[in-house]
Design a protein around this ligand. Sequence first.
Ligand SMILES: CC(C)(COP(=O)(O)OP(=O)(O)OC[C@H]1O[C@@H](n2cnc3c(N)ncnc32)[C@H](O)[C@@H]1OP(=O)(O)O)[C@@H](O)C(=O)NCCC(=O)NCCS
Length: 191
Amino acid sequence: MQDTPEFRTIKFSQTTLTELMIPSYANFGGKIHGGILLSLMDKVAYVCAAKHAGNYCVTASIDGVDFLEPVEVGEIVSLMASVNYTGNTSLVVGIRVISENVKTNVVKHTNTSYFTMVAKDEHNRPAQVPGLIVENREQVRRFIEAIQRKKLKQNYKHESRHIKVPNDPEKLLNLLKGERCVLERKAIIKH
Ligand SMILES: CC(C)(COP(=O)(O)OP(=O)(O)OC[C@H]1O[C@@H](n2cnc3c(N)ncnc32)[C@H](O)[C@@H]1OP(=O)(O)O)[C@@H](O)C(=O)NCCC(=O)NCCS
């Protein structure tokens, strides 16, 4: 068995997955289910991560899943994945998804998302991944953006743990001002 190197290029694990959108992928409105796209993204993220890591990987978290454009039956979806960042046992795979109408040649950018994957060893413990050989400006930008997102996510996690719902009815009403809900008396007064 070959030893895993300490560093790998991004090119080494870059992966593109292309799939035709068939009718069974569509919802009642004729558009492709978001879950189908998510599943394809998870698949391409896995291939890219496992190739870089030289190990089995699991999905730890997913960031930035905003569907910018609907995808139609008959379109060809391509998912381009590359390692953006390497930590110790985790790495971030950036995925750009485009959808192409073969008749009109119109190409839509449907989303760009970031999957954090963790490599596992044969005992199912997190395993160290090779670092990244960063070869150009764009790769530096992606690496730094991933560091910034990681920090923002840590802050968000910390802040969201401290969200408090006030007991004071006046403060409560103030927070809900302009929201589309009708408050029953027992929802405001704490017993
Ligand atoms: C994700 C998982 C491997 C983390 O395991 P753990 O024992 O908590 O590991 P650690 O705390 O040592 O973290 C390992 C790495 O994962 C990263 N990590 C853990 N949870 C994370 C999260 N929610 N988001 C991003 N990164 C995360 C850590 O930052 C660490 O990275 P580093 O080694 O590069 O610094 C573990 O929780 C797991 O196996 N989850 C289930 C994954 C799975 O089944 N996915 C498919 C879901 S359907």
